[in-house]
Design a protein around this ligand. Sequence first.
Ligand code: OGA
Ligand code: NI
Length: 196
Amino acid sequence: MQKNFDELIDSYIDNKVGLAENFLSKSLSGHLIENLKQLYNSGKLKSAGTGNDTEVVHDKLFRSDVIYWLDRKHNDPYENDFFDLLDSFVNYLNSTCYTGITGYEFHYTLYPEGSFYKKHLDQFRNNNSRKYSMIMYLNADWKISDGGELCITQLDHLQTISPQNGKAVFFKSNEMEHEVLVTNKPRMSITGWLKC
Ligand code: OGA
Ligand code: NI
């Protein structure tokens, strides 16, 4: 576990974008994929909107993913395993990097075939509590031709990340502009923010 945490943090420090290839174990990602599929089939995933809670705009030309918030109150064993993993990561991050993270929020995300999320920052204009963005992908056997890359604007280049199963991405929410390119297949993930 600590090896994955170090991989994510070290690459973040080197490159402003942290990457860890196997942050979620095969077994945990498999269970979370099953959860996500069931939630989708039972109509629980809703379009996400942009802006903060008081001014949500559902703009399908800007983003077309659907989401469902994870919660310990669901008493779902795999959501709880996920939160246990994140608790360990946040403790490790706070103790090694003095980040002072005091909370987080995570949702399941599904981008149906043909959907995308245009270039944006993850911090709301009137609320700066989101410090770090973290995305973990739930896509077995993702191929280049499936598209759906995360494109992050670095100073002098675009960094393109393919949403392969178990991979985690980590970056500063108020600094890194990014977009999700059109996906040619349903694209699944858990997306969230570490907060102060
Ligand atoms: C987001 C986002 C990126 C991704 O939900 O804000 O940018 O790769 N997601 O899913
Ligand atoms: Ni984003």
